[in-house]
Design a protein around this ligand. Structure first.
Ligand code: MRU
Length: 366
């Protein structure tokens, strides 16, 4: 998507052929800076420190992290070490496990001298595939927006989204925002309510920024305002992303998603979850019981980060100095609250049956 009119992707192999270029998302929206990853350690740090974040982009970065590692050490031990270190960076997004497994499968049977090149090839393919999957999600989701626009007759379609499931969370297009971009680009008037998404404010800092760069009308709202806007008929449809969806359609996403799904159900607002198939964990069936929820640091809650009056990055303390803090990064929305899953293969019911119809080859293998 565009940044100041120039098309970008969130990750690519740099023209130097030896480093991987990513956008430092910790600096947005105030500074757009590209940084280079040269080693496994760089990739591990970039994921753990959330220089890159969002389930599909975490997967793509991990894939390149494996390739960078194999250039340093292509032995079986090197491969296993890279796999384990990358897997340990963030526990919830299943795309990470999928991506490192893909690279291991693509390289393990090769002689060590050929492994790094094969890993770079597969990592590049994973990125291209992600763009295609997200673009297809966008086309399917656009039809939902189109139908709402037809029913309404006039005025923009009001979409509510939580966190950042836009192009910054993927390689391009995004998941939840792909339908928005496709609709906007097709001339369908669309407006987005962007929930700020405390504590890290991915909505306020990333979603608002990328929508603004692409010229999509939006308002940033506090997380607590979403239910109010739904009650007052100001939300036509919710689109969110997911970090891990079970084989039965339970959806794990950024903390606060569950509350929005409850409000949407109470207000009869359709609540769609947009996901590429690598976000599905076919090995589990009960999201609340089985999905590991990342517990993040206390300072994310205690401190609010932004630009100070001098225009420099700064943090302010918003809790009593000594108050203990709990900071789960994700929650699970049970399948019963989800209107539909928007995948690259179309829109299906959030259920074992719905997913099996879309992905018969996976579901039959459990
Ligand atoms: O902690 P983050 O910023 O990595 O969390 C991101 C989200 O929760 C997204 O909604 C999710 O990854 C889906 S992204 C396409």
């Amino acid at each position: 998507m565009n940044v100041a009119g120039i098309p970008y992707r969130t990750i690519r192999l740099h023209a130097d052929g030896v480093s991987v270029e990513v956008i430092d998302q910790t600096l947005l929206p105030h500074e757009f800076r590209l940084v280079h990853l040269h080693t496994l350690e760089d990739a591990v740090r970039a994921i753990a420190d959330m220089v890159v974040r969002g389930a599909p982009l975490i997967g793509a970065t991990a894939a390149y992290g494996m390739a960078l590692a194999l250039r340093q050490d292509a032995s079986d031990t090197g491969l296993a070490r890279a796999h384990a270190q990358l897997l340990a960076t963030r526990p919830t997004a299943v795309n990470l496990r999928w991506a490192v497994d893909e690279i291991r499968t693509a390289t393990i049977r090769l002689p060590p001298a050929e492994r790094a090149a094969a890993a770079f090839r597969r990592a590049a393919q994973i990125c291209e595939e992600d763009v295609a999957l997200c673009s297809a999600i966008g086309e399917h989701g656009k039809r939902i927006i189109e139908a709402v626009a037809k029913r309404k007759g006039s005025g923009p379609v009001n979409v509510l989204t939580h966190c950042n499931a836009g192009w910054l969370a993927t390689v391009d297009w995004g998941t939840a925002l792909a339908p928005v971009y496709k609709a906007h680009d097709a001339g369908i008037p669309v407006h987005v309510w962007v929930e700020e998404t405390r504590p890290r404010n991915q909505g306020a800092s990333l979603t608002a920024w990328e929508l603004g760069q692409h010229g999509v009308p939006h308002h940033v709202i506090v997380d607590n305002a979403g239910g109010h806007f739904m009650q007052h008929g100001a939300v036509d449809v919710c689109f969110v992303g997911t970090d891990r969806t079970t084989a039965t359609g339970d959806v794990c996403n950024k903390i606060g998603t569950y509350l929005k799904a409850l409000a949407a159900r109470d207000c009869q607002v359709p609540f769609y979850v947009c996901l590429p198939s690598p976000s599905i964990d076919w090995t589990i069936r009960d999201g609340v019981a089985e999905i590991p929820i990342e517990e993040r640091g206390a300072d994310e809650v205690r401190l609010v980060r932004g630009l100070g009056p001098d225009g420099k990055p700064s943090s302010v303390l918003v809790t009593p100095q000594d108050s203990p803090v709990a900071n789960p990064g994700f929650d699970v929305t049970p399948a019963r609250l989800v209107t539909g899953l928007v995948t690259e293969r179309g829109v299906g019911a959030a259920s074992a049956n719905g997913l099996a119809q879309l992905f018969p080859e996976r579901a039959s293998h459990g």
